[in-house]
Design a protein around this ligand. Sequence first.
Ligand code: ZN
Ligand code: ZN
Length: 395
Amino acid sequence: MSARDWIDKDFYRELGVSSDASDAEVKKAYRKLARELHPDANPGNADAEARFKAVSEAYGVVGDPEKRKQYDEARSMFGAGGLRGGFGGGGAGFDFGDVFNQQGFAGGAGAGGGGLGDLFGNLFNRARGGGGPGGTATRPRRGADVETDVRLDFVEAVRGATVPLRLSSPSTCDTCHGSGARPGSSPKTCPACGGVGLVSRSQGAFAFSEPCRDCRGTGRIVDDPCPDCGGEGVNTKTRTLTVRIPAGVEDEQRIRLAGQGEPGRNGAAAGDLYVRVHVTPHPLFGRSGDDLTLKVPVTFPELTLGTTLTVPTLDGVVSLQVPPGTTSGRVLRVRDKGVVRRDGKTGHLLVTLQVAVPTDLPDAAKAALETYAAATADFNPRPDLTALVQKARQT
Ligand SMILES: [Zn+2]
Ligand SMILES: [Zn+2]
């Protein structure tokens, strides 16, 4: 993977965003695609896997403000997708894909973002007259942040959960240690550019450097590519991580796990892992911060005469006293039956009482209610409204 590939790819199109999309838009587009295309969600689907890799690669660059800046600069310098035409001498149809394949590079989605920055950084510094070959390749670089999604059910979110996460990310090929060459062989210095990765070209009065097309800007040529990574030096690895999600996590909350992202290069720190939590709602319970909520239908006699209700909590049942004369909609609190935080802070269960009205009333019940209505004819449940209505009628 070289700078040329990098510039030649339209990472914005890969993510379905415009090149002036905000970081947040880029992130959002990536998350959506990553979810849809994730290998776990598409077992055995090679197309989805290829797209997943391509999208990961794209996000590895434009999702990183520093790399995105370099990428944008490079594209404006060489022209977006313009290398294809530029190298061909006025779009004569030179196809880099051919070159890559001849060299044993399986073009396309195999590579990840890992090696791009280094290679490109290298080239870029040289293009600006900076250090010699390999100058920045050994510079420590912090690993990229990784984002992933996890779905919890309601109870897991309240109590906290330990979840296994499978993460697919590009990493240095173990077989060739990133050189791209078959073990036992090594890449040779590119004869066309003498290992610099750039060649000079003159056009009119101007002479300028452009990435060497024989070595794709890397300065090296792999004659005998590594069988495991196809010469890219990078392949996709899946690792499984056990992650502890704390009690009380909210839907759409993002949890940062420091140092669990991609490994750093040359001794630099690893990136962070961000886990976005999606919580499946409960059919009965709801959440309000650390409190749980529950609506309990009651009858009119239960409210008027008072009763003792048996109410479920997440870990059992409790008895709830409803005093005589309780109004509909009243909220009763069951202490300490909500989220229990690690620091000991505890939420409550908030029970809302709601009168349920029978739609099909037996004759005896109807007669009893009519008797009740007659006996309570003096009770006006809405004196304030009555006063307003009277006032409105007078004017
Ligand atoms: Zn390899
Ligand atoms: Zn070269």
